[in-house]
Design a protein around this ligand. Structure first.
Ligand code: ATP
Ligand code: MN
Length: 477
């Protein structure tokens, strides 16, 4: 008989219909009640075993973690917390699980412990919810762009350019590291390497994305990016996924409008399609907060926070305005910032971003027009000679979730900026061609996918929203 997924079964009206389910045992109580989960939903199906007519040898093998198949009839449930249950006629153990050795005991484990057994953590309620939401958000992103007529462009993973010039790249080579070819000067001879030049994993698909936008109009990328950032924070990964739309004929305002619409859309999509999982995570956070003193608890729970976010416009503020808000703040005057804000021109630290978003405006903020000296070469210069048309979107609890800009479309200004920043024009000649042949105003941004998943799930460590996190000194699984 065909297997039916538990998500579907839980929505059926019980009429003694015969059904087969397959899944993994969460718990088995009183030799009678199996809580069965198959990953299709956070909710378990209660399977009632007729223990008088089931051999003892089978009953013994129904243990936490075991894979089983059960066939029986669906009836209304007497138990609380469920509407239906399956009265099993047959139970087959497909894969045994030694209860003594199974690392996931039916109790609450810490997130840190579960990170060490990331190969099994999908089987917990929390991670089940997180990764179903992650899936939905990915789908919603593709749907959003597809419905708007954007083209999904696959930009390269291996590249010879470092988009930001930040240098936080991973090298790609097939040299024998014990015998690296060198030239007469003793330098590494990349001419003999696989690609005949020095190459690295991409830190961003933006530059190639711009090439696509100059032909298709609107494109987006959605792929993995790699940064050898040696910062062990709860918001940085060495391998993360980024969404990078790039649009011809867009200015910075169009860019901000699109980013805001996208974020509203995908959060709303998750609220509609992952209601139960978000409810579960909301309750989980509430339970966690019960251990905190009243004044440290959040004003809004997760569900309220998400609804608040989609029902309110983001605050748009220039860097210059932000600096004066920070400088005048009591926080700054009482020296509560680790880095005090005095001068215009400094890069904002995450404590400043969080102050603006969580204390001052109390909602997502888009900061624009940053000093050119703290931003990348390709951002469009303003007439003041000091700032560029950059935008960062800052989210409560997350900090920067989006970084973008209107791009410099004027060849001369772009070349001049590259010279100032020591970026070799010859290597980026292909990029500059877009400015030579049919250049036009255009803009784009990068949305960090894991930061988005963090926000929607209310998780606090980015290692808990990607299946197998890669961070300094850690590359398991
Ligand atoms: P941050 O200041 O937080 O390091 P950034 O300025 O380096 O961010 P961008 O280069 O603008 O970020 O990248 C675009 C987006 O990618 C960021 O807004 C963020 O959402 C995400 N992002 C950047 N670095 C990481 C990382 N190491 N891990 C996960 N997401 C990241
Ligand atoms: Mn960074």
């Amino acid at each position: 008989m065909a297997r039916v997924k538990i998500k579907e079964i839980l929505g059926l009206s019980p009429q003694n219909q015969e059904i087969t389910v397959k899944g993994w045992v969460r718990t088995f109580r009183n030799n009678q009640f199996i809580a069965l989960n198959d990953g299709s939903t956070n909710n378990n199906l209660q399977v009632v075993v007729d223990f008088n007519n089931t051999p003892e040898t089978i009953l013994k093998r129904i243990t936490t973690g075991a894979a089983i198949a059960a066939t029986g009839t669906l009836i209304p449930s007497q138990g609380k917390g469920q509407t239906v249950e399956l009265v099993a006629k047959t139970v087959e153990v497909i894969g045994d699980s030694d209860a003594e050795k199974y690392p996931l005991q039916p109790k609450k484990h810490s997130l840190e412990f579960l990170r060490e057994i990331a190969h099994l953590r999908f089987r917990t309620n929390t991670f089940g919810a997180v990764f179903r939401i992650r899936h939905s958000l990915a789908y919603a992103i593709h749907k959003f762009f597809n419905d708007k007529g954007f083209l999904y462009l696959h930009t390269p993973i291996i590249t010879a350019s470092d988009a930001e010039g930040a240098g936080e790249t991973f090298h790609v080579t097939n040299f024998d590291l014990n015998n690296i070819p060198r030239n007469e000067q003793g330098e590494i001879n990349y001419k003999e390497d696989f690609f005949g030049k020095s190459t690295n994993l991409t830190v961003s698909g933006q530059l190639e994305g711009e090439l696509g936008a100059m032909a298709f109009g609107d494109i987006y990328t959605f792929g993995p990016t790699f940064r050898a950032e040696n910062s062990n924070t709860a918001r940085h990964l060495a391998e993360f996924w980024m969404i990078e739309p790039e649009m011809a004929f867009y200015d910075l305002n169009d860019n901000m409008d699109l980013a805001e619409e996208l974020l509203h859309y995908v959060i709303r999509y998750a609220l509609e399609h992952n209601k139960e999982d978000i409810e579960f995570l909301t309750q989980r956070l509430l339970d966690e907060e019960k251990q905190k003193p009243q004044n440290e608890r959040s004003e809004m729970n997760l569900m309220e926070k998400l609804n608040f976010c989609i029902n309110n416009k983001f605050e748009r503020v220039t860097y210059t305005e932000a600096i004066s808000i920070l400088r005048e703040s009591n926080h700054n005057k009482k020296k509560k910032f680790q880095y005090l804000v005095n001068e215009w021109g400094v890069d904002l630290q995450s404590e400043h971003e969080r102050y603006l978003v969580e204390k001052h405006f109390n909602k997502p903020v888009i900061l624009t027009d940053y000093p050119k000296n703290i931003k990348a070469f390709y951002m469009r210069q303003n007439d003041d000679g000091k700032t560029v048309r950059a935008m960062d979107i800052l989210f409560p609890g997350i900090g920067e979730i989006v970084g973008g800009s209107q791009r410099e479309e004027r060849l001369e200004l772009l070349e001049q900026r590259m010279k100032e920043m020591n970026i070799p024009a010859e290597e980026l000649s292909w990029y500059l061609d877009t400015r030579r042949f049919g250049s036009c105003p255009h803009a784009g941004f990068g949305l960090g996918f894991e930061r988005l998943v963090l926000f929607v799930t209310g998780m606090t460590n980015i290692r808990d929203v990607i299946p197998f996190p890669r961070t300094p000194k850690n590359c398991e699984f």
